[in-house]
Design a protein around this ligand. Sequence first.
Ligand SMILES: [Zn+2]
Length: 92
Amino acid sequence: MKAEDLIPPDFERCQAFPNVARHSFMTLGPMPKPRRCDAAPVWLAVEKVAGRDGLHGSMTVCQSCCELMMESKSMRERVQLQPITGKRSAGT
Ligand SMILES: [Zn+2]
C-alpha cells in the first residue's frame, strides 16, 4: 500500500483534463498538452474497483467534465459518482 501515490481529491477545483478527455474519446492523433479544468467540482468520482495497490482512486469533477466522462461506457462502468456536499459558505 502506497497511499502517497494517490493524488488526493481537490475540492476547490475540478481535477479533469477536458481537452485531453475530449481528444481521446473523439479523435486520434497526437495528444494535446493537458490543460486542467478550473471549474468548481460538484462530483467526486470514485473507482468502483480497487487498483493493483488495493486502493480506490478518486478525483473531483465539475458538471461538464462529469458529463464528458460519462459519455464513455468504460468510465461509467469503472467509476461511481458521489455528490460533493457540505459546500463552504463564501466570504469566511
Ligand atoms: Zn471540469
